[in-house]
Design a protein around this ligand. Structure first.
Ligand code: FAD
Length: 345
């Protein structure tokens, strides 16, 4: 009989189920309820559209969650050994050019957990990347996001977790007689779901271009007024690489635009000429093998993530876990660990 209900089947809901199982909850007592499941495509479902990679330049507030995620993803690899297929999780070298120097506190906190860490100060990067204040190099986790969330769901179901596809109009619909706790992992849905109706939640649109690029074996990004990134996808038969992108606040338009694609291709090839120089199909932008162009909406929240326990009607326990913005893969396991830890409070 269901005792724990997780509403939402994006990466946050799936990490939350993983943490419940790790805590010792019997999987047959866990149910997932979600409108969208892995395999679906909707602007209301951010997780399939993420690059996704582990960026080491997150805000201070997210650092405890991202550091936890970085260190504990091997547990997820172990957990997913119950499915025999590739899971869409790997590691590769990553370089980020930043338009602000990292504070000593940030540097200390990040560098103590991240492997192969190197910090390049302004004088070492300004010639290579004009305008950048520093660069960081490290070994990053990379996610094949559609495959990774499908693998998590497959693994959870194989253990006995049940899944119900349903759109809830009110969070109270998640409770049955046997329910002890509901986890709200509805991302952007938290803005419109009655019983939650969080006015701080807003979508941040991003468009990405997915190319086939067997010659790319690393991630590369530059953060300034633009967000320019190149992310290698692991366990991809077509050697997918994600080129991005945009951070458009309060936009949830699923349409993709040719002028945005052109802008992404110009920025990424300028930042990282290897995309063209070593491309097996030719050395101009038009030689890039574009597989698809997609747009997704990050579930952002003014004030940051919401990980909070609430008691409804003096008896029902509701634990919120949403608002991951552009960081659900890289900080989500830490967020889920924190949310599940609230069971003990
Ligand atoms: C272009 C792009 C690039 C990105 N790159 C990265 C990256 O490199 N690294 C990284 O860490 N992150 C990245 N992200 C961010 C990442 O995708 C999100 O942080 C993450 O997917 C959020 O997961 P979530 O589970 O909170 O939300 P979602 O994936 O949106 O899932 C929400 C779930 O809740 C369900 N739901 C909502 N409302 C209801 C309701 N009323 N009833 C029932 N179910 C409901 C939905 O159906 C869905 O199952 C990127 C995002 C985009 C769009």
């Amino acid at each position: 009989m269901t005792e724990f209900v997780v509403v939402g089947c994006g990466v946050i809901g799936l990490y939350t189920v993983a943490c419940l199982i790790e805590k010792g909850v019997e999987p047959t007592k866990i149910s997932i309820i979600a409108e969208h499941l892995p395999g679906d495509q909707s602007i209301q479902y951010a997780s399939p559209y993420a690059g996704a990679y582990f960026s080491a330049s997150v805000e201070m507030e997210l650092l405890p969650y991202s550091n936890y995620t970085y260190q504990n993803l091997p547990k997820i690899q172990e957990m997913l050994k119950n499915i025999s297929s590739p899971i869409g999780l790997g590691m590769c070298p990553s370089t980020e050019y930043l338009d602000e120097e990292m504070s000593k506190e940030e540097l200390d906190k990040v560098s103590e957990v991240i492997e192969d860490w190197e910090y390049l100060p302004k004088e070492k990067v300004e010639k290579i990347s004009p305008g950048s204040k520093c660069a960081i190099k490290y070994k990053a986790w990379i996610f094949n996001s559609p495959l990774f969330i499908s693998s998590l769901l497959k693994s959870h179901k194989a253990r006995g977790v049940s899944v119900l596809r349903k759109k809830l109009l009110n969070i109270s619909e998640a409770y049955s007689e046997s329910t002890k706790v509901v986890f709200n992992c509805t991302g952007n849905g938290s803005a419109t779901l009655a019983g939650v109706l969080d006015v701080k939640v807003y979508p941040t649109r991003g468009q990405v271009v997915v190319i086939s690029a067997p010659h790319i074996t690393e991630c590369f990004s530059k953060w300034d007024d633009d967000s320019t990134y190149i992310i290698k996808r692991p366990d991809s038969q077509l050697n997918e690489v994600i080129l991005g992108g945009f951070y458009q606040k309060n936009v949830s338009d699923a349409t993709t635009y040719g002028y945005e694609t052109d802008d992404i291709l110009l920025r990424t090839t300028k930042l990282y000429p290897k995309l063209l120089l070593d491309n097996p199909w030719g050395n101009t932008i038009s030689d890039l093998q574009i597989l698809r162009v997609v747009a997704g909406a990050r579930p952002s929240r003014n004030g940051g993530v919401r990980i909070e326990k609430e008691i409804l009607d003096k008896k029902r326990i509701l634990i919120h876990n949403y608002g991951a913005g552009g960081c659900g893969y890289l900080s989500g396991l830490g967020m889920a660990h924190a949310a599940v830890s609230l069971l003990d409070e």
